[in-house]
Write a new protein. Sequence first.
Length: 383
Amino acid sequence: MKSDFIIVGSGIIGMCLALSLSRFKKKIIIVEKDISSVLNIKRIYTLSERTKNLLEELDIWDNVENINNLNGMEIYYRSFNDKNSICFSKEIKNTIGYVVKSNELAKVLYNIISKNKNIELLNNNILKKIHKTKDSVTIELENNQIIESKFLFSCEGKKSSIKEKLDIIDLNDDYDSKAIVFNIKHDIDNKNIAHQVFLESGPIAFLPIDNFNYSMVMSIKNNFFDSNIYKNENLAEYLQKITENKFGKIKLKDKVMSFDLIGHDSEKYLYENIIFVGDSAHSVHPLAGMGLNLGISDIIEISDIFKNKKRSMDDKNIFGLYGRKQKIVNRYARQQLKTIERIYSIENKIFSKILNFASRRLQNSIFFKKKIIEHANNNLDFF
């Protein structure tokens, strides 16, 4: 079996990449271990304007039923006190961001891919071997099926089997924290506004699914994590306390999931004719919800290569610019988020006064708040 491209992994990034490349009349084969798990993952993504633009180009956006267009975002330092808040609203910039359920987005992608004649999805298949030459890459699946292609894209996520087989290492950034994720229901209308509060224990993000439901992402430093307040039976009461009953009575809707917070950057984004995309190449702190958006930026850069009709598939360095540029972009993005997290983690009375003063000045500056939103909507890309 032959194709122009092989994509290993059919998560959101893998499917978006396949649809993007199919626009250039390329034949694509996606190898996936279990598509049902992708379609049933219950996560919440925040999407930027740049991500929305690509999803519109691929005819995905209008097919997703429940996309929440945020009315605003409010950032707090240590407490839900309006005196130390920074508020971003549509009066400053029309688009603050969007919130979408991962399974709904994945199902739309899967349905469109199923009808695309240039894409073939091989489900229930696991990569067994990789054979490379200067001009092609051949993979062997566990069912002994052989696929040959000019290029292979790894979209498997951080635990990439391709990187493992090629002995490509990750450069890890340990945040010495854990993340817990869950959903809550509350009584008082959240007015479709996202909230981020930076506590001594770490940042907490409230992402509105609708006016009475939030998706929660709590980053907790390891030296705080053993506290009883983070147990399922105590979390709702703790959230009511720190929000000063801003949302009324809070109830947990599902079981809390936790994982270690470790950012990473792949040693290589490009290994001859093998390209790493999305979480296979990089990951960042979740405080700004930029993970998926950075992966979409990877896809945009790859697509731009083929929009340039002067570039040929026979060019061995066709993805060279992608490898160099995105490594810089994603490294800076990770550093930006790490710096923000570190600044808000400092426990010092004098520094707290300085930070509160800076927050008040920023709150009064429409110009700088507009620039911050534009930067976020461009997926933290300075280029």
